[in-house]
Write a protein that binds this ligand. Structure first.
Ligand code: PRX
Length: 655
């Protein structure tokens, strides 16, 4: 909390330059307020107007918002459209030869694809998928590296009305298995491997392992894109090369016209239980917000070259790689590799070489690049940049200032965008031609987004006082349900304590006297490690699944680069290990978690105790564990502890 208070003492305000404001899509506070008022006066009319302006409808909608089965809201429900049509076909008449994607491979090789070519690639692959039996409503798992093929696969699913579920390539076979079975997927699209940092890494073995875990009878085919061309184990009945699947297929494909509410995708994310939840999004509402935020937040212009560094395995990659930029007709850069290969200047070189105008990345990347070379950006020509953005976690004012001064050369507004997997797109963010920027604040809610801060009973809190961040009215790109678990959706996001009608974001926040929002972090057992969401329970379940472990508790602790680090307290079935023994078990357990979930979930620290500190009723004292992790003085009442000596044990980090 103290760091938040210091952030909130930030008094610097950086106003947009007059020249930026003059050309902005939303101009000045007056422009912003006019939109907000429009939304307040006629909420449905406001969203309906945008949906008519920004989407192409096969059958126009007549109903806007259906609240009859709240909180299962429906938007534009009697309308029909297709997301892929809106991202590709829509542009064929006006800009067929515009570059849609500039792809830079790990080794620096650049491939460019026009809208027309991308359209044909998507159609051909969509026909290939249909020939393999995929159809509207089927769930398709996509486990691919950053590649044009990843976008083609997602767009092809959208084209035929199949529901994709992209799994980040860094997740393990076990995580993949969990998602395949939860979604009952009938098809998997993967690659033989991927290149990162000059190395070829295999990907398909994780799919083979996941399918061998059982319960995957639903999966009929695995389509494999050949990227690394190494040795690949093959099941001739089940596996099909991508290049064979498209062989002889027509390069046009009539889109499947779907209802506006037809699910576009399910994306798994961590919650406060051990099981990730499948966040389900709609077609029209999701795409509408993706396109509109390209226009408002990123101030999109035809001449822009947009670069969002997120992997398509995360929501940021869905909204601001696959759908938003294509929906609005942008040229964008996609990058296969890592920011440090061949050296830490890679991002800056790419901005220079491709004349990037709009650059969107995560605070954790900014912090690690500062560490690797705070002066490096000065060696490159970054004069093409006109707008910068951040996403995924709070940005500390020091990192913000560096980004603003050194990367943006004080010329580029920085949009600190607050949103979530569940919200589908930006919610609280500066508009670059509108808001004076305060480093560390995501400023104000977008027009039409009714964000507020409330107390435990759902009452608005006074400005300057912290509370729960809620959204008071449904919005088009919101989560529709948790796949296969509507009850969990209701309980999780629309709790009765708050009257059952506000969307509870799961973040604590503060609104200052100027009406600026400051995000304080999660209020549930969710960690934010390098901008990635991880459930503490998920990591705990992974640890206790190890035969050596009796009990485990996981908490977060502040980390300079990653934002939060994972600290695990572990009780073994045998004696508390010491010395070399302890070191070996730590290494084994870290690898174990990487195998169970993925390398991103590896605990940074493991501490062993004879027991965990618990209350009389047997609840783990997590606040105490968080204080211990931070190395703070223990001020809490520990009189209920059976064995106070364990506190000393739990202070000890095995190095
Ligand atoms: O805690 C907030 C944090 O990331 C969470 C959402 O994580 P995820 O669903 O993985 O989506 C990340 C990308 C949209 C939020 O509950 N968060 C996201 N953006 C910000 C943020 N915290 C502070 N400032 C942000 N700009």
């Amino acid at each position: 909390m103290s760091s938040i208070e210091s952030v909130m003492n930030e008094t610097r305000v950086f106003e947009p330059a007059e020249s930026f404001k003059a050309q902005a899509n939303v101009k000045g506070m007056d422009g912003y307020r006019a939109l907000c008022e429009q939304a307040e006066k006629d909420y449905e009319g406001f969203w309906a107007g945008l949906a008519r302006e920004l989407l192409v409808w096969k059958k126009p909608f007549t109903k806007v918002l259906d609240e009859s089965n709240a909180p299962f809201y429906k938007w534009f429900d009697d309308g029909e459209m297709n997301v892929s049509y809106n991202c590709l076909d829509k542009h064929l008449a006006t800009q067929p030869n515009k570059i849609a994607i500039i792809f830079e491979a790990d080794d620096g090789k650049v491939t460019k694809i026009t809208y027309k070519d991308l359209y044909h690639r998507v159609c051909t692959f969509a026909n290939g998928l249909k020939a393999l039996g995929a159809k509207k409503g089927d769930r398709v798992i996509i486990y691919l590296p950053m590649s044009i093929e990843a976008v083609v696969a997602m767009q092809a699913c959208a084209r035929i009305g199949a529901i994709h579920s992209v799994v980040f390539g860094g997740f393990s076979a076990k995580s993949l298995h969990e998602r395949i079975t939860d979604a009952s997927a009938s098809l998997i699209i993967t690659a033989d491997g991927q290149f990162r940092g000059g190395k070829a890494m295999q990907l398909k073995p994780a799919v083979d392992d996941a399918l061998a875990m059982g319960g995957c009878e639903c999966v009929k085919k695995v389509v494999v894109y050949q990227r690394t061309a190494g040795e690949t184990a093959w099941d001739a009945q089940r596996d099909v090369w991508w290049h064979d699947a498209v062989q002889g297929q027509a390069d046009t494909c009539e889109p499947e016209w779907v209802n506006a509410e037809h699910p576009l995708f399910v994306l798994y994310t961590s919650g406060s239980t051990g099981k990730p939840k499948g966040v389900q999004h709609s077609s029209a509402g999701f795409l509408l917000h993706a396109i509109n935020t390209m226009r408002w937040t990123f101030d999109y212009k035809d001449s822009d070259i947009f670069w969002c560094t997120a992997d398509v395995g995360w929501i940021t990659g869905h909204t601001y790689v696959t759908y938003g930029p294509l929906g609005i007709g942008a040229t964008q850069l996609m990058f296969e590799g890592v920011p440090t290969y061949p050296d830490a200047g890679r991002f800056w070189k790419m901005i220079q070489d491709h004349k990037i105008t709009t650059f969107y990345t995560a605070p954790t990347a900014i912090r690690s690049l500062i560490k690797l070379g705070a002066d490096l950006p000065k060696q490159y020509d970054l004069s093409s940049l006109r707008l910068l953005g951040t996403v995924g976690e709070p940005i500390n004012p020091e990192a913000w200032m560096w980004y603003y001064n050194t990367v943006g050369q004080t010329r580029c507004p920085v949009v600190d965008t607050w949103w979530q997997t569940e919200t589908g797109g930006h919610m609280i963010t500066p508009l670059p031609g509108v808001h004076g920027l305060k480093p560390g604040s995501c400023t104000m809610a977008l027009p039409g987004i009714m964000a507020a801060i409330v107390d435990e009973a759902g009452h608005d809190v006074e400005k300057g006082k912290g509370g729960f961040l809620v959204i008071k009215r449904p919005w088009p790109s919101m989560i529709r349900t948790i796949y296969g678990d509507p009850e969990r959706y209701k309980k999780n996001y629309f709790p009765e304590d708050l009257g059952g009608k506000y969307y509870l974001a799961g973040d604590g926040a503060n609104c200052d006297l100027d009406g600026y929002f400051w995000i304080m972090g999660r209020i549930d057992d969710v960690l934010n490690v390098s901008g990635h969401r991880l459930g503490t329970m998920e990591i705990e379940s992974a640890l206790v699944a190890n035969p050596l472990v009796a009990e485990a508790a996981v908490v977060g602790k502040p980390h300079d680069i990653k934002g939060e680090a994972v600290v695990a307290y572990v009780v073994l079935k045998g004696a508390r290990p010491e010395g070399e023994d302890a070191k070996k078990i730590v290494a084994d357990l870290r690898n174990w978690v990487a195998k169970e979930i993925g390398p991103i979930a590896k605990p940074d620290e493991i501490r062993f105790g004879d027991n965990l500190p618990k209350t009389r009723s047997g609840k783990i004292m997590r606040r105490l564990l968080r204080a211990l992790a931070k190395g703070e003085e223990i001020t809490q009442d520990v009189s209920t502890l059976e064995n106070p000596a364990i506190l000393e044990q739990l202070k000890e980090v095995v190095k």
